[in-house]
Design a protein around this ligand. Structure first.
Ligand SMILES: C=CC1=C(C)c2cc3[nH]c(cc4nc(cc5[nH]c(cc1n2)c(C)c5CCC(=O)O)C(CCC(=O)O)=C4C)c(C)c3C=C
Ligand SMILES: [Fe+2]
Ligand SMILES: [Fe+2]
Length: 337
């Protein structure tokens, strides 16, 4: 058998004129149970893009400690946010896929839109193989991480290229690696924040909280921190906020090493202690609501702020399947269709 895969031998008449659009996100367990969390966390945390501790040492820690303790702990958290259709991240991602497909069809584009997750299901390699079997020769990959980072977008590229390395007829490939400063992304964020302000009034501070990463990644050249800062600057410029009216910070630490600062929980505590009573929180690094927004930001960090003396804490939802978010996706993929 050949090491390279193909549609089928001499089936060139099946080659398709349509473009495959692959939306991707991080991934999520199949169920909110320890049994489902274990394989998911194992795949995720074994990725050398995510954890850069020397392999042998990390495998001992991962298998000896983390995979024994974390699955049950995380399962409880997932259980608290689980939706009827499954994990929020999966449900929102499926809605994004369906609405993007509908929009592209309405605008007259011939595109086949699919969803894949970097870890877990829908499996990235299998979804790319579906494109191969459909004879698709033009593939656009849109990882739904607005700010490029090695552990997210970089790792997605690894998984795509690992699969395409096996193809006899490599497709034309367009990989969108960041949209942190895209006009329609900034506008969609500003629209959702402005709608919150209109409904509930101006908070004392707008908190822009991004997923964190080990500081060492930044020291070693990962651009994520700078891209987050640029997103914040463009959003607050669009909203006309002054320096005193907002704060950027980083959430979701994992492990004992130093991560990007300031930390969200410490920032909320300090602000409350300084007399800030009323905050609105938005998480621009998350294109969909997920565990890290619905559990950590809506609940855990609200408790942190209130216990430190805060009085009002509002979480502004992720862009999910908002029409202006879908319009942004159309704009990102359109040049390649
Ligand atoms: C171990 C190190 C981690 C790095 C580095 C990291 C970077 C990173 N992650 C996201 C987006 C998401 N992360 C999510 C969950 C999650 N992240 C980590 C660890 C790292 N992330 C863990 C262990 C988990 C699992 C949750 C848990 O068990 O507590 C999610 C949510 C997934 C869901 O199912 O809801 C997202 C989304 C970004 C953008 C990022 C890079 C900067
Ligand atoms: Fe993460
Ligand atoms: Fe978390």
């Amino acid at each position: 058998m050949s090491r390279f895969t193909a549609l089928t031998e001499n089936a060139h008449e099946k080659l398709s004129a349509s473009t495959g659009v692959l939306l991707t996100n991080l991934g999520t367990p199949q169920a909110p149970t320890a049994a489902a969390l274990r394989p998911y966390l194992k795949q995720f945390l074994s990725d050398p893009r995510v954890v850069e501790i020397p392999r042998l040492v990390w495998m001992i820690i991962l298998h000896g400690i983390i995979l024994r303790v974390r699955p049950a702990k995380s399962a409880k958290l997932y259980e608290s946010i689980w939706m009827e259709g499954g994990s929020p991240l999966l449900v929102h991602s499926q809605n994004q896929r369906d609405k993007l497909a509908a929009q592209l069809t309405e605008q007259g584009f011939n595109a086949n839109v699919k969803l894949a997750m970097r870890y877990g299901e829908p499996d990235m390699a299998k979804v790319l193989q579906e494109f191969q079997q459909e004879g698709i020769r033009n593939v656009v990959v849109l990882p739904l991480y607005p700010q490029y980072s090695g552990p997210t977008t970089g790792s997605t590229f690894d998984a795509v290229s690992r699969e395409l390395n096996k193809w006899r007829f490599v497709p034309q490939l367009h990989f969108i690696n960041s949209y942190h400063d895209h006009e329609l992304y900034i506008q969609a964020l500003a629209n959702s924040i402005a709608a919150d302000f209109e409904q509930h009034g101006m908070p004392d501070k707008l908190i822009l909280s991004y997923h964190g990463m080990p500081k060492q990644f930044f020291d070693n050249g990962d651009p994520y921190y700078c891209l987050c800062m640029k997103t914040s600057r463009l959003v607050v410029e669009k909203l006309g906020l002054s320096k005193e009216q907002y704060q950027t910070c980083f959430q979701s630490r994992f492990g004992k090493a130093e991560w990007l600062k300031p930390y969200t929980d410490a920032t909320l505590t300090e602000l409350a202690e300084q007399g800030v009573k009323n905050v609105a929180v938005v998480c621009p690094a998350f294109s969909s609501d997920c565990l890290e927004t619905l559990e950590e930001m809506m609940h855990e960090n609200k408790d942190v702020f209130m216990e430190a003396g805060g009085e009002q804490y509002r979480y502004i939802a992720a862009l999910n399947d908002n029409p202006d978010h879908i319009d942004m996706m159309v704009d990102l993929v359109k040049p390649y269709l």
